[in-house]
Ligand binder design. Structure first.
Ligand SMILES: [Mg+2]
Length: 228
């Protein structure tokens, strides 16, 4: 097979990510119950605040902490208690130091692909935070390059394509997010492999759109070996 280029997403494609945030949100929701707020309402306020904060401050655990704090301030008002601020700070720190949980079949599949193709890790977030996760994952050696961008939009795809002299027709973006991986890749003329994750962050959901490239849907990462 002809050598192709793969841009590969990291969070919830190579390793678990959103599940750790979801656990913390579940606990946060339970802590808001004594104030008289139900789960749906707390999540709606948090989503609203996160959507604004990610636009302004980017993605990552720092923004998550800020969003929990703002949500708590909004919900508790005068009733805010210092132990809740401490809980939010400690919980965010805990997520930051959680060791990566690599998804099943990922290392073998990366080893397989790296022998045949060019692999570039393409992730969004805060450079220090994502860089540390990549370092601890032990997967970095499979990649020719690592790109950490603030947002995965068509412009950031185009910059990465130019920097690495990628031929779009023979390149694929692989990831779990319709909003960040599939749609902007197809829009900029790349092909895309969509591997849904059962716990994808709500803010990553979007209708799949079509573009110039081809779209392949796989149920697990290791299935890449059947196609490439
Ligand atoms: Mg992802």
């Amino acid at each position: 097979m002809k050598r192709q280029t793969f841009l590969i997403d990291a969070d919830d494609t190579l390793w678990e990510n959103n599940v750790f945030f979801e656990q913390a949100i579940g606990e946060f929701v339970a802590r808001m119950e004594p104030l008289g707020y139900g789960e749906a309402y707390v999540r709606r306020i948090l989503n609203e605040i996160e959507r604004r904060n990610t636009r302004q401050h980017g993605y990552g655990v720092g923004t998550f902490r800020r969003s929990l704090e703002e949500t708590y301030r909004r919900l508790a008002g005068e009733l805010a208690r210092s132990d809740e601020w401490t809980w939010i700070r400690d919980r965010a720190r805990e997520i930051e130091h959680t060791p990566p949980r690599i998804l099943e079949g990922v290392p073998e599949t990366l080893a397989f692909l790296a022998r045949r193709h060019r692999l570039i890790l393409f992730t969004k977030g805060e450079p220090l935070e994502q860089g540390a996760k990549i370092g601890r994952s032990g997967l970095e050696s499979y990649f020719e390059a690592v790109e950490i961008v603030p947002e995965k939009d068509p412009a950031s795809y185009d910059r990465t394509v130019n920097r690495h002299k990628i031929v779009k027709e023979s390149a694929w973006m692989v990831g779990n997010s319709p909003k960040s991986d599939v749609n902007p890749a197809l829009e900029s003329g790349l092909n895309a492999v969509f591997i849904p994750h059962r716990l994808t962050w709500e803010l990553e959901s979007a209708e799949l759109t079509s573009g110039a490239g081809r779209l392949l849907l796989l149920s697990q990462f290791r299935d890449l070996r059947l196609h490439f």
